[in-house]
Design a protein around this ligand. Structure first.
Ligand SMILES: [Zn+2]
Length: 213
């Protein structure tokens, strides 16, 4: 069953790549939405969701996990305040961000599944917004969802705001940085304990800061 679903998704991705004459960003976007729809319909996300922070998740309350994110930051790390909002023009954001991060953060694009090197990042540390540097996740909140996007079962308190998104017709909960309003991803309800949430984040919207350099 799982093998069949993966084969279907692989064929969809491959057929999307053959859609020539279309801008690359549009092709990738279509591919991701089609993959996402198939995976949502199949329940594949739930099947492959495997927590990698098992020990911590099982032994600590979610309030504890959210509250101790600073213990995963380097000793000399100074966090910007979420209240110190960042506002820039379209051109200023384009100048500061690499092209993919610009499309994701400022135009709610989605990176291709499996392309972020943060998928495999397992070191202790914190993840900050690539737009403004606000800490948004600790490594303790990360798990391997098998989806091809960095995934977390919760976030740092007050780092994000949410809104309903109907871009694929089915309503999804979109979340964005409170400091710079940069788009990061969507929240699904098929994640692991203790929250059963899956914060599906674009790697391009994040920067990882390891606790030990
Ligand atoms: Zn931000």
């Amino acid at each position: 069953m799982l093998h069949d679903l993966r084969a279907i998704i692989s064929r969809i991705a491959h057929s999307g790549a053959r859609a020539r004459g279309m801008p690359i960003a549009l092709r990738e976007n279509m591919m991701n939405r089609r993959e996402c729809n198939v995976m949502l319909a199949s329940g594949l996300f739930a099947v492959t969701a495997l927590p990698s922070s098992r020990a911590a998740a099982q032994s600590a309350s979610i309030e504890t996990i959210r509250g101790r994110w600073r213990s995963f930051a380097p000793a000399d790390f100074t966090a910007p305040s979420a209240n110190d909002t960042v506002t820039r023009s379209e051109e200023q954001w384009r100048d500061r961000l690499d092209p993919l991060a610009f499309r994701v953060l400022r135009h709610e694009d989605t990176e291709r599944a499996g392309t972020s090197r943060l998928n495999d990042e397992q070191r202790p540390g914190i993840y900050v917004c690539a737009g403004c540097g606000l800490p948004v996740f600790s490594s303790e909140m990360k798990f391997d969802s098998g989806t091809g996007w960095p995934s977390f079962f919760t976030s740092i308190p007050e780092a994000f705001e949410t809104k309903l998104d109907f871009r694929i017709i089915l309503p999804r909960t979109e979340y964005h940085c409170v400091r710079c309003e940069g788009h990061h991803g969507h929240i699904f309800d098929d994640g692991p304990a203790p929250t059963h949430e899956r914060w599906c984040n674009n790697g391009a919207a994040l920067k990882f800061i390891p606790r030990e350099s």
